[in-house]
Design a protein. Structure first.
Length: 577
């Protein structure tokens, strides 16, 4: 039988944190390595210095020379939220810096695939750019950069993905993950990289007398940090100290009403309040709506939302993105259910042990949604998963998602090295990657991929562990504590939002929405009750029959009708009786 997740309580080291914070807040932060309040400082002047990031001098000189010559700059982005925010930031910044001609191009994933391919270069060449700047892609575009040079186009690669064995011969390259790069934060998203590039470019232009000679005011690039925050959170990169600072600064500007009209429109269409926006809203409300354009249509729709300064146009585009996101949800639900059926049919009757990884394919699956399906399979079964859809001709395009401890991009690298020609191309991160291969080699790839994962999947990784910040006392289910936990830091990947666990009696229960469980709970030894919700849990056995449960949950603020109340968001529960 497949083991249920186990709850592991985090160790709490000694810490020197302000006594004005709630003891629970101090405990939570100490468990995440925050032992001094200085580690939560979010002031902009504390960002890692641009001079630490390799390639910025060469990049700045290249862009400045193109600007001075009046050459056209073409930004080539990616078709996800990081790529969209990176593209919008680059275009906005270059125009504000006085670049005479700036345009952008984002490959349609269904026609051109990912990155600066020779095919997208041929399309780019029709716009006659003097310089191509890639954002959130390019480090693996060896053939694409060569094709650009053949057209007489210079190339600046800005990326954050892990490089392969061969680097493109770009005219300049900025990527904190290049071999030998000394930048302390390897977790920058693509939008963070291009923000650093534009900051360095502004300093370079200042030194060249660019602004004074043209009577041009220097732009406030910090005004673009809302884009940095959205792209960073949506790309699920680790929120190390530098990324937390970037996200905190972006959120502060959004909450103060100083954000791009397109971001304001996305917040409104998602039903969120700007003044109370949290990092989780960027990841779970805004990011998916922006991503929907790249998944089902053309990411240019999303980029135009981020580039327009007309609130009415932004609202109309946000409505279209919301419609696409709803369509994406419906497609995803069908594909997810089909994927689960495929897995259940393939499991042994006793379900004694799961395979080390899953490779799933159906000819009717939507290419733009396979990544989400892989993520859902990974979450449910706690195994790395790849979902494939039909690409052009006999090609399959897959999207991989992994679990902690299994670096999926490195696994694909090992498979490709040991099986030359098996994978047409691949790239990505530790937790997510993309790849292409020929349809008639899927079974061969599945064997090689599962074997490669199995070699690394030690017993400690085979069963999901839920990290808990311990129990809350009866007097700690408070609105004040919920607010403090929500505001003390931007939570996210690598800096997880607090979760607690404990025993509760179910006082009342009912089903709301699409199978969500609305509960009234009473903690062991407590007199008062607390409201709770468990999304999608109405069919769970514990919900239907249990009188007492052990719950794993988040302490949350429920903002309904303009009134704040405390509630628990239950992620997992098991019946006690």
């Amino acid at each position: 039988m497949i083991a249920a997740p186990r709850i592991v309580r985090r160790a709490v080291p000694p810490a020197n944190l302000p006594a004005t914070w709630h003891p629970v807040t101090r405990r939570v932060l100490a468990a995440r390595g925050i032992t001094d309040a200085a580690a939560l400082d979010s002031a902009l002047d504390g960002l890692l210095a641009p001079g630490l990031l390799g390639g910025l001098d060469e990049a700045s000189a290249l862009i400045a020379a193109t600007m001075a010559a009046g050459g056209r700059i073409l930004v080539v982005g990616d078709f996800d939220a990081d790529g969209a925010t990176s593209t919008a930031l680059a275009v906005r910044a270059l125009r504000a810096l006085g670049a005479p001609e700036v345009d952008y191009l984002v490959p349609n994933r269904f026609e051109y695939g990912y990155g600066l391919t020779p095919e997208i270069v041929a399309l780019a060449a029709t716009r006659r750019p003097a310089l191509i700047i890639t954002v959130d892609n390019g480090v693996s575009s060896v053939a694409g950069v060569a094709a650009a040079h053949a057209h007489g186009i210079r190339v600046l690669v800005t990326d954050h993905h892990l490089p392969g064995a061969e680097l493109p011969a770009a005219d300049a390259m900025v990527n904190p993950n290049l071999p030998g790069d000394a930048f302390p934060s390897k977790a920058l998203a693509g939008v963070g990289v291009i923000f650093y590039v534009m900051t360095a470019l502004r300093a370079y232009l200042r030194g060249q007398g660019w602004f004074a000679a043209r009577n041009l005011a220097e732009p406030r690039l910090a005004d673009l940090l809302d884009l940095v925050a959205l792209g960073t959170v949506a790309d699920v990169v680790p929120l190390d100290h530098n990324n937390r600072r970037l996200v905190a600064q972006g959120l502060a500007r959004i909450r103060a009403g100083r954000c791009q009209p397109g971001i304001a429109a996305l917040i409104d269409v998602a039903g969120r309040r700007r003044a109370r926006l949290a990092a989780s809203d960027l990841g779970f409300a805004l990011g998916p709506r922006l991503n929907a354009a790249g998944r089902l249509s053309d990411m240019s729709v999303g980029i135009e939302c981020l580039l327009s300064d007309d609130p009415h146009r932004c609202a109309a585009i946000a409505d279209e993105l919301n419609r696409l996101n709803q369509e994406r949800r419906e497609i995803e639900q069908d594909m997810r259910e089909h994927a689960f059926e495929l897995i259940e049919a393939a499991l042994p009757a006793d379900r004694a042990e799961l395979p080390a990884a899953f490779c799933l394919y159906h000819e009717d699956w939507h290419q733009g949604v396979v990544g989400i399906v892989a993520a859902r399979v990974k979450d449910r079964f706690h195994r790395p998963a790849i979902a494939f859809a039909r690409g052009e001709g006999d090609e399959l395009k897959g999207s991989a998602r992994s679990i902690a401890g299994i670096h999926v991009r490195d696994v694909l690298d090992r498979v490709a090295t040991r099986n030359p020609g098996l994978i047409s191309r691949f790239g990505g991160h530790a937790m997510a990657a993309g790849l292409s291969l020929q349809a008639n080699r899927l079974a061969e790839f599945e064997r090689a991929f599962v074997a490669a994962v199995d070699a690394q999947l030690d017993p400690a990784l085979r069963h999901k562990a839920l990290e808990s910040d311990g129990e809350l006392g009866a007097d700690e289910f408070s609105l004040d504590l919920a607010r403090e936990l929500g505001e003390v830091a931007p939570w996210g990947q690598g800096f997880p939002e607090p979760r607690f666990d404990g025993e509760f009696a179910i006082v009342d229960r009912r089903v709301v929405g699409r199978g969500h469980a609305r509960l009234v709970l009473r903690a062991a030894g407590a007199g008062d009750t607390v409201a709770a919700i468990a999304f999608g849990a109405a069919e769970e056995a514990w919900y239907r029959a249990a009188r007492r449960i052990h719950a794993y949950y988040k302490l949350d603020v429920n903002d309904y009708g303009g009134i704040d109340t405390v509630q628990l968001v239950v992620d997992h529960a098991r019946a006690l009786d």
